[in-house]
Write a protein that binds this ligand. Structure first.
Ligand code: ATP
Length: 124
């Protein structure tokens, strides 16, 4: 039981270390953190419904997961070789494409969910 628990704690520690490392080294991750905090603050200020919160949290999670996987793929490709190769380019570009799709989804959700109540709060 104790062994199982310490293994679980170690896994959590490794996962948090990965998130910290990505945040420390990737300026895109820092931007995503700032954007997520801003969106959460706005959602709290606008007192959005539980359904709206779910859309926002899904969008934030999607971007973070895509960016973390993108970072892992970049690191793996760089670890294998620093030589220029079309497959290395394809791997990195495809991973970047995943981030782009998640980010576009997040922008869409932000406009649909935050746009109308924000407009109302600011201009009506
Ligand atoms: N080994 C390689 N072989 C061929 N093309 C590469 C290679 N490494 C990077 N590239 C090309 O350069 C682009 C930028 O790669 P890089 O590793 O600098 O990531 P990045 O765009 O700086 O990402 P981030 O800003 O998130 O760190 C890649 O998307 C790819 O098109």
């Amino acid at each position: 039981m104790n062994g199982w628990r310490s293994r679980e704690i170690r896994s959590f520690r490794h996962a948090f270390a990965g998130i910290y490392e990505a945040l420390r080294s990737e300026r895109h991750m820092q931007f995503h953190l700032g954007a997520a905090l801003l969106v959460i603050a706005l959602a709290a200020w606008l007192r959005l419904s539980a359904g709206d919160w779910l859309w926002l949290l899904a969008a934030i999670t999607g971007v973070w997961v895509a960016e973390l996987i993108n970072t892992a793929i970049e690191r793996t490709v760089d670890r294998i070789s620093s030589e220029q190769h079309p497959l290395a380019k394809a791997a990195k570009d495809t991973a970047a494409g995943a981030v782009l799709i998640a980010a576009l989804f997040a922008v869409g959700v932000g406009l649909i969910v935050l746009g109308p109540p924000l407009w109302k709060a600011c201009f009506q």
